[in-house]
Design a protein around this ligand. Sequence first.
Ligand code: C5P
Length: 205
Amino acid sequence: MIIAVDGPTASGKGTIAKALAAHFGLPHLDTGLLYRAVGRQVFLDGGDPGNGGDALAATSFPDSLLDDPHLRTEETGGLASRVSVHPSVRQALYERQRQFALQEGGAVLDGRDIGTVIAPEAEVKLFVTASVAARAKRRFLEMQQRGVKVTLAEIEDDLRRRDERDTNRAVAPLVPAADAHVIDTSALDRDAAIAAAISVVEKAL
Ligand code: C5P
């Protein structure tokens, strides 16, 4: 069974994907981490994320980079969103994601284009979303806990910019698959969002 979980930044898709993987005993791949690693590698190389050649070269990042705590920062998220517009970068990361999806026994993958491009045959597709205000508030609380100085308005701006780039890019834009179940987490807490997702998957089995 392949479970595809797509959605915008800070929608709760990562939390939901992790919880589904634990609940159904499936391996989980956070595909955003691969794009983040490419973004980070471009930065380490002193390259330009807007340059397709620089970004493609960075797809051969070492696996050890996936453990780098810098991958989780907003800066790297922004770099990831910039390198991810290049078709050559998406192509280079395709095989790795595809193999993960096709492993025996199934898998949970979360990202932007799992249900549309990476695993269009997935048995269950979830599109997890939430209002910009709800997502910005979550991200803001997370940042405050980590002691990062940033305003709610700055976070909202950044989310809108990333949504805009992810939704309007020519290749694999962020759109729900026609057969995706949409879960809006704006008014749901963590447990309620996870319960909603488990119930969708159980009905689809
Ligand atoms: O999900 P996360 O915020 O870690 O993703 C970082 C960026 O990587 C996204 O803004 C998006 O541009 C890109 N991405 C993508 N396709 C995926 C996963 C992430 O384009 N499957």
